[in-house]
Design a binder for this molecule. Structure first.
Ligand code: GTP
Length: 380
């Protein structure tokens, strides 16, 4: 799938840079150079290695009161983005939409710029293009405070209905104590999210051997995301052993009889199923009740010999039962030189998400005047 990347605010810009850096290291292509970032009154130095300077748009120059972002003020960001939209519009001209399948707007929902300018941008992009506009949104952690929660709660009401689908990432779950010790506390989380996005959306389309009989195409992803709402991505991988790995070690002992062929098939199914199960049990980008998903898509990637048809079918059936959903698509992403077999699962339009409930509650309890949380009884 080919998607233009538009990063908004500090988080959005950093994430677009990370996606580009992983693209540059590997063979998966997503944006084909169609990318830009938008920020408010923030001078971009050499902090981004993979976004050319001319693809950054800085708006809000005429607002003297802002420097270095809007400091969480969502309403101000909305106002600036509306007034300065012609500048963003000009930069959008460098994106060749007719060659792309859609857009991915990348933003934090807790930041002022990300949530405010992000909402304006998604709305305008929907008016300008007839292709899907997806959002990759970062939810604030509980420690980011009441204002971030309020911004996120408001954007869940503005950005989510405006976008074709919003893939969410929960900082509360992903930016942990281990990461805090790192030089850049967000770096490990950003790399994890960027790599999942590429594994889900991007294919190696320069290599014809990467198109297999079951290979998913963009229309499968578009169909899965079509109910809108919020989506979550699961991922699990297993290293292949030297000399054949994942399934072959069993084959090597079981070659021969028909009875063994059946065992072999069962093994394929079992191994694939356990990988898919692991991808749901591992940390989802947005922890949620899996059975609340409306549509599901699973992509298995690895060397073609390791991806069996039998395995797919059983993984699909297992997912259908697990998620209680009729619409489960399964396909492959053959990667002949890979030393791992991996499963990426996309859960679309999930409705039971405890973290969203908690953010909404924190937003209700937040008192803007004092910048503090009120006791729950005061907020009702
Ligand atoms: N995952 C991730 N979250 C981040 C990163 N940087 C900041 N955040 C989170 O994003 C929120 C703040 O958003 P920012 O992107 O810094 O803010 P902004 O959208 O630029 O808006 P203003 O600074 O208010 O103008 C907080 O919830 C932070 O925890 C990052 O690099 N990765």
């Amino acid at each position: 799938m080919k998607l233009a990347l538009v990063g908004i605010g500090g988080t959005g810009s950093r994430l677009v840079d990370t996606i580009r850096s992983i693209e540059a290291e590997g063979d998966r292509q997503l944006c084909y150079g169609n990318l830009m970032t938008v920020d408010i009154s923030r001078t971009v130095g050499d902090e981004f290695d993979h976004i050319p300077q001319e693809q950054h748009v800085t708006i809000g120059d005429t607002h003297r009161e802002v420097e270095d972002g809007v400091d969480g003020d969502q309403d101000l960001a909305v106002e600036i983005a509306r007034t300065d939209f012609p500048e963003i519009h000009r930069a959008l001209d460098s994106i060749t939409m007719r060659k792309l399948d859609g857009m991915l707007v990348v933003t934090s929902l807790g930041g002022g710029t990300g949530s405010g300018a992000g909402a304006v941008l998604v709305e305008r992009l929907q008016e300008m293009y007839d292709k899907p506009v997806y959002v990759l949104g970062v939810l604030p952690g509980a420690n980011d405070g009441g204002e971030a929660a309020l911004n996120a709660a408001r954007s869940l009401r503005s950005i989510v209905p405006a976008a074709d689908s919003t893939l969410l990432f929960d900082n509360d779950r992903w930016v942990g104590t281990e990461a805090e010790a790192a030089e850049d506390p967000y770096e490990p989380a950003n790399r994890e999210l960027a790599s999942r996005v590429l594994k889900l959306f991007a294919r190696d389309d320069a290599d014809p051997s990467s198109i297999g009989a079951n290979t998913l195409d963009s229309s499968d992803i578009i169909r899965t995301l079509s109910p809108g709402g919020v989506a979550s991505i699961g991922y699990a991988a297993t290293e292949l052993e030297d000399g054949g790995g994942f399934l072959s070690w069993l084959r090597s002992i079981l070659v021969g009889s028909r009875e063994n062929e059946t065992t072999d098939e069962r093994t394929d199914a079992g191994k694939t199923q356990s990988l898919v199960r692991q991808s749901l049990n591992s940390q989802l980008t947005l922890p949620c009740e899996v059975s609340s998903a409306e549509r599901v898509l699973v992509v298995l990637s690895g060397p073609p010999d390791e991806l069996s048809r039998r395995g797919f079918e059983s993984a699909r059936q297992w997912l259908e039962e697990e998620t209680d959903t009729v619409e489960v698509l399964a396909g492959d992403d053959p990667r002949p030189d890979s030393s791992t077999v991996a499963a990426v699962v996309l859960l679309a339009n999930v409705t039971e998400v405890p973290r969203i409930d908690a953010i909404q509650q924190q937003a209700v309890e937040y008192d803007r005047d004092t910048d503090e949380l009120r006791a729950p009884e005061e907020s009702t």
